[in-house]
Write a protein that binds this ligand. Structure first.
Ligand SMILES: [Zn+2]
Length: 342
């Protein structure tokens, strides 16, 4: 089978790999669509040397496909079913898993991130990670669930209901997914970020207002606070960058709530937090995949508008060169079509 492998930072190409065989509890999934997001680009470049320990290595996490074959003991999916997979694995039997909080599985074996790969024609996935797609959900939408799933988790923690307002910091893959999710839940979203045409996309997926940047890393907090002097009661940071973290804290209002999805040191003092009575939430992916799929099926949530380019698996090097290059600022999501739908 065709499989994309990284051989060095910025060096990705297809190899001919053996088609895997599902073991007990596993399904072999024929991949149809793969949507790279920020973490994949960081992996491609091995940013800071933190993403890849040894080469060659596969890539990709957010995908959809069709079950080709199942191993022993698999009961919840069967060959021919259309599926997508959660990024995080979980035990399925601990108190948190039973409670539906699979992203906070208590089993230490699942606390470290085992990276899924999917930029290949067939992948093995533990049965418990798979969600069967409702008939009305297309393969491309189902390959872009990470952003909306994270956003759903963040919005719940931020206590947001229909009619509330949230500031979304970052308009990359996760930011656009969060904006689309806000629209689906009738939450007003203000987008902050983007140096190129991403601002237009942010508006297209429902941002009421967009504060773009004239240069990467620009501090636009003053411009935001001029328009919103009291700051925001709820902020979701989607970039996991120092820039985004600083901005999220700068635009949060008194008593504000901030959802973080990653990043390094906070760069604020305890007094900064205490004086403004800020509440900070960590968002470790999420477990709301079924709810997100239901919103897509009911046409409340649409992710298709965020797609700017499509590539075939044979063009994987071109796709990643685009995503890691200067033109990425002008595009939304990229879909790599791995297999045919039929
Ligand atoms: Zn568990």
């Amino acid at each position: 089978m065709k499989a994309a492998r990284l051989f060095a930072p910025g060096n990705i190409r297809l190899v001919d790999a053996p088609r895997p065989v599902p073991g007990p509890g596993e399904a072999l999934v024929r991949v149809i669509a793969y949507a790279p997001y920020g973490t994949d680009v960081s992996t491609y470049l091995n940013k800071g040397g933190r993403y890849v320990a040894s080469y060659p290595v596969g890539i990709g996490a957010d995908f959809s496909g069709v079950v080709e074959e199942t191993g022993d003991g698999v009961h919840s999916v069967r060959p021919g079913q259309r599926v997508s997979a959660l990024a995080l694995d979980h035990c399925g039997t601990c108190a948190h898993c039973i409670d539906g909080r699979t992203n906070l599985c208590l089993d230490p074996a699942y606390r470290t991130l085992t990276r899924q790969t999917c930029c290949e024609e067939y992948v093995l996935v533990p049965e418990r990670k798979l969600a069967v797609l409702p008939g009305a959900v297309g393969f491309e939408d189902a390959a872009m669930l990470a952003g909306p799933v994270d956003a759903l988790n963040a919005f719940r923690k931020l206590g947001l209901d229909a009619g509330d307002t949230v500031a979304i910091v970052g308009v990359g893959a996760m930011g656009l997914g969060a904006l689309a999710m806000a629209r689906a839940l009738d939450i007003t979203a203000i987008a902050i970020g983007g140096t190129g045409k991403r601002g237009e996309l942010a508006r297209k997926v429902g941002a009421e207002e967009v504060f773009g940047l004239s240069a990467h890393g620009e501090d636009v907090s003053q411009a935001v606070l001029e328009r919103h002097p009291a700051g925001f009661a709820a902020v979701m940071e989607t970039t996991a960058s120092d820039w985004g973290t600083a901005l999220a804290f700068a635009v949060a209002g008194l008593g504000g709530r901030i959802a973080l999805t990653g990043g390094g040191p906070l760069g604020v003092s305890n007094w900064d937090i205490v004086d403004r009575e800020l509440t900070i939430f960590g968002v470790r992916a999420g477990s709301g995949q079924a709810e997100v799929l239901d919103l897509i099926a009911r046409k409340r949530l649409s992710l298709g508008e965020t797609v700017s380019r499509r590539f075939a698996i044979d063009q994987v090097a071109d796709a990643f060169a685009l995503l890691a290059g200067p033109d990425a600022r002008d595009i939304g999501r990229v879909i790599i079509r791995i297999g045919d739908e039929a």
